[in-house]
Design a protein around this ligand. Structure first.
Ligand SMILES: *Cc1c(COP(=O)(O)O)cnc(C)c1O
Length: 493
């Protein structure tokens, strides 16, 4: 299994090098050259537990690892780190099935990949005899930052540098990142939005002169964002798992299709669902759900991607994104691996902030994808409705998915069994949740968390329990123009 750059002008790599590099030297993203098929039957797959299934799904993507090595990575990632024994429970509410991806250490779905990725990365470094300190750059709209800090906490041979948009993440997310205690952790807030941080981060990663100076000092850059293929592959597992649960509980017969709805921002999570489909999960529609920053909804419905629009800070901040990195990978696959077309489209995006896809990509989108969005009031209404009717509590991002799926099902009269990616614990966005279910906020975010627990009986995630008493370590706020210089400084370059 080799990996190609979506822009076709960087060398093909094995998975180890692709994970270490993070982003290709031609600014493209690494994609697998082919999609391995699930070889076991659904009857067999539905008998496996999450870790066993993870091994089956991941092994063909990572042939460089022995069975023993990969299994050790999977155990290291998931043993004792998740509060639910199943790791990912799949629960029915409101007529759909929620794949609960948020029972890990930082209470968001990013843990599913970021608990595993450090194991894959450090093993890859060992195998490639790189023997360098890996400096992991992260730009985050809220959840990736903490999940990466937790995943890489005190991991030898790594330094982790996180940039988040100042004032644009939830108070819980901010407190988590500012109190991150790993001995290799560096956290900065950026005076700008997520797109600013991600664009500058990509420039730093592609800075040849800087990387030469880094190499001399024994450093190499990598990225923990979903532009790194090491983030996407672990996310395929839970879509295969979600389908296998529906087979196991008799909701679908093996081979019958499901719909999958994913609240989306950088398009990594839903892209993993697409990869799961290419591997053999029977999918009728992939439903892309956006908040008020509905650039993806418009793209899927019209074939034109236009980032020239107002940017909104919303109550689902992890989806407040206008430049969705992973769409590039989907364009590549739908265009029939046409790197030239991708280069042209991405060039237009950089120059004009917009592009229109050709007929082939358009047809591919229409055949599989649907899209919709929910505004802030609709999000709150959906949370209140599902809690009051069934006692099921969702976070704001998951509520976007639920609302968009419900609209889709009603409009298309399509009640195919549906899986919805449930991406964060309601406690991460406690203030909005408390308002939505009508209990009102407490004096501060910590009070609100307690109130929510008393009112709903939902357990507070382990990782959020002692937030109040944690020591604030990272207080620095910088301009995006200074990101590169700050990285140089802290590495002593
Ligand atoms: C990151 C995130 C999303 C968006 O996922 P993408 O892979 O960026 O599309 C949705 N919800 C939550 C809670 C997230 O943290």
């Amino acid at each position: 299994m080799n990996y190609n750059s979506t822009r076709g002008q960087a060398p093909q790599m094995n998975v180890c090098s692709a994970i270490i590099k993070g982003i290709a030297s031609d600014k493209g993203l690494y994609v697998p050259e082919s999609f391995p098929k699930l070889t076991k039957s659904w009857e067999e797959l539905s008998m496996l537990n999450y870790k066993e299934l993870a091994y089956t799904v991941l092994a063909p993507y990572i042939p460089e690892f022995t069975e023993e090595e990969l299994k050790a990575c999977i155990s290291g990632a998931y043993d004792g780190k998740f509060s639910e024994e199943e790791i990912v429970p799949v629960r029915k509410a409101g007529g759909a099935w929620f794949i609960e991806l948020y029972h890990g250490p930082t209470a968001a779905f990013k843990d599913m990949a970021l608990q595993l990725m450090p194991w894959l990365l450090t093993k890859s470094v060992e195998k490639q005899h790189e023997d360098k300190t890996v400096v992991i750059l992260v730009s985050t709209s809220g959840d990736t930052g903490m999940a990466a800090l937790k995943g890489f906490e005190n991991v030898p041979g790594t330094q982790i540098v996180v940039f988040f948009p100042d004032g644009a993440v939830s108070p819980v997310q901010e407190q988590q990142m500012r109190t991150a205690s790993g001995n290799n952790a560096h956290v900065f807030s950026i005076l700008g939005n997520f797109d600013d941080a991600q664009t500058t981060q990509k420039q730093i990663l592609n800075d040849k002169e800087l990387s030469e100076r880094m190499a001399e000092k024994g450093y190499t850059f990598s990225a923990a964002n979903s532009m790194n293929i090491g983030r996407l592959i672990p996310q395929i597992v839970y879509y295969v798992w979600g389908y296998s649960r529906l087979v196991a509980n008799g909701t679908v017969k093996a081979g019958d299709p499901v719909n999958i709805c994913v609240p989306s921002g950088n398009f990594g999570n839903i892209l993993s669902a697409y990869y799961a489909m290419r591997m053999g999960v029977p999918v009728k529609r992939l439903i892309c759900a956006s908040n008020k920053n509905k650039v993806l909804t418009d793209f899927i419905n019209t074939g034109t991607y236009d980032a020239n629009r107002e940017f909104f800070v919303t109550n689902s901040p992890s989806m407040d994104i206008l430049i969705s990195s992973n769409l590039e990978r989907l364009l590549y696959h739908l265009a029939g691996n046409d790197a030239e077309e991708v280069r042209s489209l991405m060039g237009q995006l950089t120059e004009k902030g917009r592009y229109t896809v050709g007929a082939k990509v358009r047809d591919g989108l229409e055949a599989l994808f649907s899209a919709g969005y929910a505004d802030e009031d609709e999000i709150c209404a959906a949370i209140g409705e599902l809690y009051n009717s069934e006692g099921y509590l969702m976070d704001t991002h998951t509520a976007v998915g639920y609302k968009v799926w419900k609209d889709y099902a009603a409009n298309e009269n399509d009640y195919t069994p549906a899986l919805i990616a449930s991406t964060a614990s309601p406690y991460k966005f406690a203030a909005t949740i408390a308002d939505s279910i009508g209990i009102g906020q407490g004096a501060d975010q910590f009070d609100t968390i307690d109130r929510l627990m008393i009112a709903t009986g939902y357990p507070i995630p382990e990782g959020l329990k002692d937030l109040r008493s944690r020591k604030v370590i990272h207080t620095e706020s910088i301009r995006r123009e200074d990101m590169k210089q700050r990285v140089e400084q802290l590495l002593g370059l």
